[in-house]
Design a protein around this ligand. Structure first.
Ligand SMILES: C[S@@+](CC[C@H](N)C(=O)[O-])C[C@H]1O[C@@H](n2cnc3c(N)ncnc32)[C@H](O)[C@@H]1O
Length: 186
C-alpha cells in the first residue's frame, strides 16, 4: 500500500524530463519498436510527458496518446510542453484516482507504457486487470521499473501479477538502470 510520500513529486518533473535523460533513456529506441502511425497508446503515470511527446510524434495525426496521471500538476506540465512542441492535438490527458485508472470509455489501445510507475501503485494485480480490459487482443504493454527502488524479487512479483491478469511475456528491451518486462495480451 502506498501513501502520498511514495508518489513522485511534481517538483521532480524537470529531473525526469531533460536532454541528458533523453540520451540515456532514448524514447524512440525504447518504445519505437512497439508503436506505429495511427496507433492508440496509453501512457500510465506519464509525469510531464518524457515518453508521451515522442510517442505522439510516432502515432502522428491519425493516432492518439492518452496520458493518465494521478497528479494534476504533472498533467498541466505535460500539456504545457506538448503545446510548445505542437503536439496537443495528438494527446489526451486523463486524471486517474489512486485505486483505479478510471478508463471507462477509452480504448482499445494498441500499446501501453508504464515507465517507473508500477511501484507507486497500491495494487499491481488490479492495475494489470484494468489495463488488460482496455488493451486490444495482441496488444503489448512495456513495464519498466527503476533498479534503485525495485528489487529483483519485487519485480518478479510484479511480473507474476501481470501473468495472473492474463498477460504473457516476450523478450523485453534493455533499459539502463532498470528492470523491464514486455507483456502481451492473447
Ligand atoms: C517516477 S514518475 C515517472 C514519470 C514518467 N513515466 C517518466 O518515466 O518520466 C511516476 C508518475 O506516476 C504517477 N502516478 C503515481 N501513481 C499513479 C496512479 N495511481 N495512477 C496514475 N499515475 C500515477 C505520478 O504522479 C508520476 O507522474
Amino acid at each position: 500500500m502506498i501513501g502520498d510520500s511514495d508518489l513522485c513529486p511534481a517538483s521532480y518533473a524537470g529531473f525526469l524530463d531533460n536532454p541528458i535523460r533523453r540520451l540515456l533513456h532514448s524514447p524512440v529506441r525504447i518504445v519505437g519498436p512497439y508503436i506505429s502511425p495511427g496507433d492508440m497508446v496509453l501512457d500510465v503515470g506519464p509525469g510531464s510527458g518524457f515518453f508521451t511527446r515522442p510517442m505522439a510524434r510516432i502515432v502522428g495525426d491519425g493516432g492518439c496518446v492518452v496520458a493518465a496521471d494521478l497528479q494534476e500538476e504533472m498533467l498541466a506540465m505535460l500539456l504545457k510542453r506538448a503545446e510548445q512542441e505542437g503536439l496537443v492535438s495528438r494527446i489526451r490527458t486523463h486524471r486517474t484516482s489512486l485505486h483505479s485508472l478510471d478508463l471507462e470509455g477509452y480504448g482499445p489501445f494498441d500499446f501501453v507504457l508504464a515507465f517507473y510507475v508500477v511501484h507507486e501503485l497500491p495494487d499491481a494485480e488490479s492495475f494489470f486487470i484494468e489495463v488488460a480490459s482496455v488493451l486490444r487482443p495482441g496488444g503489448r504493454m512495456l513495464v519498466v521499473e527503476p533498479k534503485l527502488h525495485v528489487t529483483e524479487e519485487s519485480f518478479a512479483e510484479t511480473v507474476k501479477a501481470a501473468k495472473a491478469a492474463g498477460f504473457s511475456t516476450e523478450k523485453p528491451p534493455g533499459v539502463l538502470f532498470s528492470r523491464t518486462a514486455l507483456l502481451s495480451k492473447a
